[in-house]
Ligand binder design. Structure first.
Ligand SMILES: Nc1nc2c(ncn2[C@@H]2O[C@H](COP(=O)(O)OP(=O)(O)O)[C@@H](O)[C@H]2O)c(=O)[nH]1
Ligand SMILES: [Mg+2]
Length: 286
């Protein structure tokens, strides 16, 4: 498919076209995640730029807006790409501690409604309260495809490598899909090494791209193709799932169990760490 055909395929994509109909899904949610500064906002702007096909480059999301540690509340905003495809930015974290990860798992499992304020919590009670408020029942009409955005500006070393690997595997539990890996700023240093790394982690779809940005948005066939390919790959994943039984895709009970255990363990770990710090301080005082 050339770029015009790819774009048309994306615009025409409908969940109703599955061999067994839409299986109860009514939209595709491309759920982005990744650390601050890795290019998520720019990716949304790039997608809108190409799909809307305007002359003008519009910043739907303001990129490069790194918040201070204090500001931890933000809206998990959704951007409509086509009639049937929505893209969601997962903003707001500069590190990924276990509670922030739990929050993301909850989002990936659709336990937390899109468009709602995200308040990063750091304890068991607060996290559980959020989940109970959300009824502990995932919204099952969104078909979520997880997409990790990782910038080639940053190398990947231990312990982040191990953490990311586990994180990607847990995404499979929550969504039934191994995340698509997008390496942004592909002209930067670590792209070759990152491809190897993600390949070793089991990623099947790894796509290096250059985003369109305010400074640099002259349309090129190559850049446009990369971005369209990511959306196309995500839709292929959806199509392949629509060919299967719905129940075999993602087990809601399993998701819930995983999430509750995960939050519990994260809390235990945090308490242990606090206890160790306390211990060390007491010893010093003596
Ligand atoms: N050269 C280049 N710059 C990029 C690319 N993607 C993002 N940027 C820049 O990197 C900075 C952070 O990007 P942003 O989209 O805000 O990252 P986010 O925090 O993940 O949403 C911004 O200044 C962007 O203009 C890319 O593919 N190439
Ligand atoms: Mg952003």
């Amino acid at each position: 498919m050339d770029n015009a055909e790819l774009r048309q395929y994306i615009l025409n994509f409908s969940l109703d076209d599955g061999p067994h109909g839409n299986l109860g899904y009514n939209r595709v949610l491309l759920q982005l995640f990744g650390l601050t500064g890795h290019g998520k906002s720019s990716f949304i702007n790039s997608c809108k730029y190409i799909i809307d096909d305007g002359e003008e480059f519009i910043e739907h999301v303001e990129p490069g807006h790194i918040r201070t540690e204090g500001a931890k509340t933000m809206i998990r905003k959704a951007y409509k790409l086509t009639e049937n495809i929505t893209i969601v930015d997962n903003r707001g974290f500069s590190t990924m501690d276990s509670f922030q990860r739990a929050e993301i798992y909850a989002q990936l499992g659709n336990f937390i409604p899109v468009g709602e304020e995200v308040t990063w919590t750091d304890n068991y009670i607060a996290m559980m309260k959020r989940l109970v408020d959300a009824d502990l029942n995932p919204n099952t009409s969104d078909f979520i495809v997880p997409i990790l955005i990782y910038s080639a500006d940053y190398d990947l070393k231990d312990p982040q490598r191990e953490e990311l690997k586990t994180f990607l595997e847990n995404c499979v539990i929550m969504t039934g899909i191994f995340p698509i890996v997008v390496i942004s700023k592909k002209d930067s240093g670590f792209v070759k090494h990152l491809k190897e790394e993600f390949n070793n982690m089991g990623s099947k779809v790894i796509i290096p791209i250059e985003n369109y940005t305010k400074e640099d948005h002259d349309k090129t066939q190559g850049k446009t193709e990369e971005i369209l390919t990511i959306i196309h790959k995500a839709l292929e994943e959806v199509t392949s799932r629509l060919g299967q039984e719905r129940n075999s895709q993602r087990d809601g009970r399993q998701c819930r169990k995983f999430l509750l255990e995960y939050i519990y363990k994260a809390d235990q770990k945090k308490k242990e760490e606090q206890w160790k710090i306390e211990e060390a301080r007491r010893r010093l005082e003596k």
